[in-house]
Design a protein around this ligand. Structure first.
Ligand SMILES: Nc1ncnc2c1ncn2[C@@H]1O[C@H](COP(=O)(O)OP(=O)(O)OP(=O)(O)O)[C@@H](O)[C@H]1O
Ligand SMILES: [Mg+2]
Length: 290
């Protein structure tokens, strides 16, 4: 075809080592979209706690409607990154966080929540002695009334608003197939249901972007299956953008559009799940084999 190898594409296509190198390089590229153009993202974000650098110069951009998974070993900085994205932490100076194109770096958590950013917790922050309905309702009430105590005892003149709020909460509980548990105290429920209640709480303010911190951790196979099914419905039917920290690579590969791999605070690979899990560098992080 070409005399003297004039077409460089011929050379690279025939060279498996070069192909592997190109595939690996593609996983080491920058963010999928610039953070300010995505539905959520951050630029040059670091977060240090004393001598510990939990997140180290991370830039990510998530497109509306994507399902992105963040993976990486314990202590890689995954939860801290989520905490910076949702406003629980401010990043170290120089870092920027964007929500729907707006710089929200200094915007407090509850105001990001009002702009459609929901989140679940690795450690489940539920009110153990309250029932399922109260747990979900409290999220809305706290946002409607700034004082938690007032929110819990509120029975005042805004009864119509209260009724509307209750109806909305019941809809969420029904959607997540929690109806039969609605009057059960959290402390009496199995982990799979508790994680679903946490998901219900994260939906209380009608988010369009959901950050999930190990929503399937500790669940049985069947409980995981239920959670995946519900998240798939939220993603496909309700159009939610999902950013999910998850250790189960089988689940991650099955559901995600893209994967982001963190190690020691930084992003070491990102891209389509199959390409990422096939990457030798990622395999090394997971198996510890050189
Ligand atoms: N509030 C904090 N104060 C001090 N150190 C912290 C704090 N939060 C996190 N760290 C440290 O930052 C590093 C990253 O922690 P982080 O919880 O973000 O990791 P992770 O990837 O979520 O881990 P895991 O998979 O175990 O949940 C760890 O070394 C952790 O001990
Ligand atoms: Mg974590």
């Amino acid at each position: 075809m070409s005399a003297g190898g004039a077409d460089p594409a011929d050379g690279t296509a025939a060279d498996p080592a070069a192909e592997t190198e190109a595939a690996a390089a593609a996983l080491r590229g920058g963010p999928h979209v610039p953070p300010e153009e995505g539905v959520i993202g951050c630029r040059d974000v670091s977060k240090t706690f004393g001598a510990v650098t939990a997140v180290d110069d991370v830039t990510v951009g998530i497109e509306r409607g994507e399902w992105v998974s963040i993976v990486g070993p314990n202590g890689a900085g995954k939860t801290t990154l989520l905490n910076v994205l949702n406003g629980f932490y401010e990043p170290d100076s120089g870092g920027e966080v964007y929500l729907k194109g707006e710089d929200v770096t200094t915007l407090p958590e509850h105001r990001r929540a009002r702009r459609g950013l929901g989140r679940t917790f690795q450690g489940l922050e539920l009110f153990e002695s309250e029932d399922v309905i109260e747990n979900v309702k409290t999220v809305r009430a706290v946002h409607e009334r700034p004082n938690l105590f007032e929110a819990l005892v509120y029975l005042g003149p805004g009864a119509a608003k209260e009724a509307e709020s209750t109806r909305h909460v019941e809809e969420i509980i029904d959607y997540l197939e929690l109806w039969e548990y609605r009057h059960a105290r959290i402390a009496s429920l199995p982990l799979g249901i508790r994680r679903r209640v946490d998901l219900a709480r994260s939906l209380a303010l009608d988010p369009d972007v959901l950050l999930l911190d190990e929503a399937m951790s500790g669940l049985t196979f069947d409980e995981k299956y239920d959670m995946v099914r519900l998240l798939t419905d939220l993603h496909e039917q309700e159009g939610l953008t999902l950013v999910m920290i998850e250790h189960d690579l089988e689940v991650v590969t099955e559901v995600s559009d893209r994967m982001i791999v963190m190690q020691e605070g930084g992003v070491i690979a990102r891209g389509p799940p199959r390409a990422v899990t096939d990457d030798p560098e990622v395999a090394r992080v997971y198996t510890g084999v050189e």
